[in-house]
Each structure stands twice: as structure tokens, then as C-alpha cells.
Design a binder for this molecule. Structure first.
Ligand code: NAP
Ligand code: MG
Length: 498
């Protein structure tokens, strides 16, 4: 991917044709109430456009269309190879529109164009392609029942699914959910976060162009209370797969209990520790991983490294290397390809991150916050009970806790309501493996920061996750349900029916 110049990106931004309507049953439609909401560019505060504000009425219409599509089999019963072909065509169309999508994503969210061009858009395509290519390679099972029976265990698409998305990786989280959902044959209702609805709407249009039948992929913009809650409570939605905060995620369990006991899968918050032991090799490399983990995407990342738990013996040397590398994470206009830290997603979120900066006891570096932008910040905390050590900040703020042993490090790392990701840096294989075993997190990385990739399941322990995993073939389990077909083969002459 060759990056353009700042001026060239600004010119593309000016000429963008922004989608403003919901995409339901193969067409753009305004909200039935006529209501709209403003979506803004958080880097400038400017309104980009007014977007349809959907509510329960629009949802009922969309669910009916999604159900019709599911029942008549236009997608759910299509041969897997044909579903695959449609999704591969969608990937090609996204590739053709990649630059426009990257600029739209950056404008709507404050993310840097550098990340949108090099990570968000290419990984969106890679994710959809991976699930598309898997569709016609997944086999069902024959159970080891008796010789007189044939016991088939089949996966069937679960039906109509509601996908409720966060604003931090609008395209990528969309792909993580619709990739396996569409691969499985489900019909889909997507609710993007209000802050960032634009790229999901554009993808729905491209999906129709790629041949995905009407009613199968519907995207409804709208607020959490007016649209997210009705999705949770809808009697004809079979599953909700949600990514967002723990507080909101847990509401979906109540919604399901109050309505039709739909399946719920939750990917929620994190307060992810990076442990650096006294024998960690190459502290410069460790520092690069920590800095990348903490500050990538302005720390607006559920798997962001937000607690550095470091052995006293290497602390000073490590913090010096971290300070050095963090200097390269410059704050600036997200559309400038040289910028590494763009704008936080909204004024409200900026205010929340600033409230944590106000609570910082010992600032090691950074701390400057201005009109939606926050610089890379390192704060030392004296106790793991400090709010900066316990609460998810979701900004470029890393908290440092000093420890005297590996045991203390693991204990503090696990002393959290969250359990999404963790890393451990050590040259000692035994300590690394014991740490990986003992850390209560869905993903543990050794001597690196990462989330794995599309081939590995992603999700959280404790209050970071519930009910299933995104990514890998494991994600397909969310969107299918098992059916047993039991066939009697007994010889009629030999066996009387009991
Ligand atoms: P959020 O406030 O929980 O919102 C997530 C989604 O839920 C949005 O679409 C939101 O709609 C909707 N929503 C809000 N209130 C609702 C309600 N009462 N009923 C139903 N739906 C409701 O989270 P966010 O601010 O978008 O994202 C930040 C959080 O997501 C962080 O805590 C982060 O850790 C987490 N996250 C987790 C993962 C993961 O994979 N584990 C990935 C990314 C982010 P509106 O915003 O449009 O109103
Ligand atoms: Mg926006």
C-alpha cells in the first residue's frame, strides 16, 4: 500500500460521498420516523453529515426482511461454494474502494490514516476472505453411536443475528462479526456505534453489488437505547454478538432473559497487563512492544497494554527505552500520513480520558491533552488499587506498577475484573510457560504484544467475555447451532421395538 500525501488525503476527504441512510433489504432508506443524528469528525469537531436514526420500527421491518431471507434459503441454503464466491467478490469490491473507505474511517473516528490504510482496511479484507474461504471446507460429524444407528451431528446457521459494534475499529469489528455470520448462512442486522456508522453502511451497499441477496446484510445506524436495546429484546432475533464495554455487554444478558432467551456472545473491556521480569532480554525490543501495545490506536483498543508490571531491577532501564520510543508517537491531524496518534473518538470520551490524567499521581512523561488529542502518557502508580491501575481508560495512558518477583507480578496481573489479554517478557522458558498458564486471560503473548491473528480465537476470561469467541473457526460456532439426526438402522426382523 503506497501512502498518499497529506494534501492528497484532504482532497479525497472533500470529495467523499457519505452514506446517510440505513441499508435494509437491499436499499438505502431513511429512518421511518425521519429522525437523524449528526456524525462528527472528532479531529475538527465538524459535522460530517446527518445519519438516519433508526429505532424499533425500523428494526421490526429489517428483522422481518432478514427472517424472510433466512427462511426462503436465498442465502442460508445456497451451496457453500456460492456463498464463498459472493464474499470473495465483496473482498474485491472493498479492495477497489479501499482508499475511500480508509479516508471515511479516519474522518468518522479520528483514527490515523496510516492505521486505516495499513491495518484496518487490509485486515478487514483479509478477515472476510479467511472466513469466505473456510465455508466449503468445514465438515459435519458422524457420532460414534451403536452399529444399529447412524447419528449425524450437523451445524445449521442459527438464523437472524444482531451484531452490535463499538467505535474503535468500526470496519474491522464489522468484519470479525459479519465474516463468520455470513459464512454460516445467517441473516444479519448490524448496529454500528453512532460515532462511526459510515463505513458499515458503505460495506452493506458493496455487499449487494457483490451479489449477497437483499435482506441478508442490513445495517441500521441508531443509538444504544433506541436501537441497541430493542435488538437485545427482539423476539425474532436468535443471537446477539456484541463488542463494547462490560457495562453495556452485561445488559444484553438481561435483554435476553426478558425476551426470547436468545444466544448472547460478548467481547468486552480489558485492563491488560504486560509483565516484564528481571531476566527479560533486549529491553529495547521489549519497550517497542510495550509502546505499541499501549499507544496503538490512541489506546482505544480493548486489548491495549494498560498496566506495565515491571521488576524493580529493570524498571529504570526499561522506562528510559519506553520514553525514547514513545517520542515517535506524534500527535497530529489523522489525515496526515506521518501522524501516529489521531483524535480520540468524541468529546465525551476525551473528557473521560482527561479525568484519569487528573488523577495521575506521578507523571513519568506525556500528560498533555488538547481539543480531543492526548499525547502518549506514562504514569507511575503506587498501588494496584489506584483507579489508573484498575479501570479501563481506553486512551494512550499506560500505568506502571513495580514488583519484586514473578509471583507478585502474576498476582497483581490477575487482580482485575478483566481477563482479555496479557503479556509476559522473560528469557526463562519455565517462567514464561508458567506465566502463560497462570495468567487469567483469553490471549497471553510471550515476549511480544499481540492478539494472535485471524486464525486464533479471541475473547476474554472473567468480565472481558461471555459465550463464545471471535476469530478462527471458533467464531463459526457462534453463528451455528448443532442438530442431531438419529437414524435407526436396526434390522426389522431381528429387533423388536421396545
Ligand atoms: P459501548 O458504549 O458499550 O457501546 C458498544 C455498542 O453498544 C454501541 O453500538 C452502543 O451504541 C451500544 N449501546 C450502548 N448503550 C446501549 C444500551 N443501553 N443497550 C444496547 N446497546 C447499547 O462501548 P464503546 O464505547 O462503543 O466501546 C468501547 C468499549 O468497547 C471499551 O470498553 C472496550 O474495551 C470495548 N471493546 C472490546 C472489544 C473486545 O473485543 N473485547 C473490542 C473493542 C472494544 P451507541 O454508542 O451508538 O449509542
Ligand atoms: Mg464520527
Amino acid at each position: 500500500m503506497t501512502l498518499l500525501t497529506h494534501d492528497e488525503y484532504k482532497a479525497i476527504a472533500k470529495g467523499l460521498d457519505l452514506p446517510t441512510c440505513a441499508y435494509i433489504d437491499g436499499a438505502y432508506r431513511p429512518a421511518r420516523s425521519g429522525a437523524t443524528f449528526a456524525t462528527t469528525n472528532p479531529a475538527t469537531g465538524e459535522t460530517l453529515c446527518q445519519v438516519a436514526a433508526c429505532d424499533g420500527q425500523d428494526l421490526d421491518f429489517a428483522v422481518q426482511k432478514a427472517r424472510d431471507a433466512f427462511e426462503d434459503g436465498r442465502w442460508s441454503r445456497l451451496p457453500p461454494s456460492q456463498r464463498k464466491d459472493c464474499l470473495i467478490r465483496l473482498c474485491k469490491l472493498i479492495t477497489r474502494n479501499a482508499r475511500e473507505l480508509a479516508v471515511m474511517e479516519s474522518l468518522d473516528s479520528g483514527k490515523t490514516i496510516y492505521d486505516c490504510e495499513t491495518v484496518d482496511v487490509p485486515e478487514t479484507i483479509a478477515c472476510l476472505k479467511w472466513h469466505a474461504e473456510a465455508i466449503d471446507k468445514i465438515y459435519d460429524q458422524l457420532a460414534p453411536a451403536s452399529d444399529d444407528h447412524l447419528a449425524l451431528v450437523l451445524r445449521e446457521p442459527i438464523g437472524v443475528v444482531g451484531l452490535v459494534l463499538p467505535w474503535n475499529f468500526p470496519l474491522l469489528m464489522l468484519a470479525w462479526k459479519i465474516g463468520p455470520a455470513l459464512a454460516a448462512g445467517c441473516s444479519v442486522i448490524v448496529k454500528p456505534a453512532q460515532e462511526t456508522s459510515l463505513t458499515a453502511l458503505k460495506i452493506a451497499e458493496l455487499a449487494s453489488e457483490a451479489g449477497i441477496p437483499r435482506g441478508v446484510l442490513n445495517v441500521l445506524p441508531g443509538s444504544g437505547p433506541d436501537l441497541g436495546a430493542p435488538i437485545g429484546r427482539h423476539m425474532d432475533i436468535d443471537l446477539v454478538s456484541f463488542t463494547g464495554s462490560t457495562v453495556t455487554g452485561k445488559r444484553f444478558l438481561s435483554y435476553a432473559a426478558e425476551s426470547n432467551a436468545k444466544e448472547i456472545v460478548l467481547e468486552m473491556g480489558g485492563k491488560n497487563p504486560a509483565i516484564v521480569l528481571d531476566d527479560a532480554e533486549n529491553l529495547d525490543r521489549v519497550a517497542q512492544h510495550v509502546v505499541n501495545g499501549a499507544f496503538w490506536n490512541m489506546g482505544e483498543n480493548c486489548s491495549a497494554t494498560s498496566r506495565l508490571i515491571v521488576h524493580a531491577a529493570v524498571k529504570d532501564a526499561l522506562l528510559a527505552r519506553i520514553a525514547h520510543h514513545a517520542r515517535q508517537w506524534n500527535v497530529g491531524d489523522p489525515l496526515d500520513p506521518e501522524t501516529r496518534l489521531g483524535a480520540l473518538v468524541s468529546e465525551a470520551h476525551f473528557a473521560k480520558v482527561c479525568s484519569y490524567l487528573d488523577k495521575a499521581e506521578t507523571l513519568v512523561f506525556g500528560g498533555k491533552a488538547d481539543k480531543g488529542f492526548v499525547e502518549a502518557t506514562l504514569v507511575e502508580v503506587s498501588s494496584s488499587d489506584h483507579p489508573l491501575a484498575r479501570e479501563e481508560i481506553f486512551g494512550p495512558v499506560l500505568s506502571v506498577i513495580t514488583v519484586a518477583s514473578a509471583e507478585e507480578a502474576i498476582r497483581i496481573a490477575n487482580d482485575s475484573d478483566y481477563g482479555l489479554c496479557a503479556s509476559i517478557f522473560t528469557a526463562n522458558i519455565k517462567k514464561a510457560l508458567r506465566g502463560a498458564r497462570d495468567l487469567r486471560a483469553g490471549t497471553v503473548t510471550v515476549n511480544s504484544f499481540g492478539e494472535g491473528d485471524i486464525s486464533t480465537p479471541f475473547g476474554g476470561f472473567k468480565q472481558s467475555g461471555f459465550g463464545g469467541r471471535d476469530n478462527g473457526l471458533h467464531a463459526h460456532d457462534q453463528y451455528t447451532q448443532l442438530k442431531t439426526i438419529w437414524i435407526d438402522l436396526a434390522d426389522d426382523d431381528e429387533e423388536a421395538v421396545a
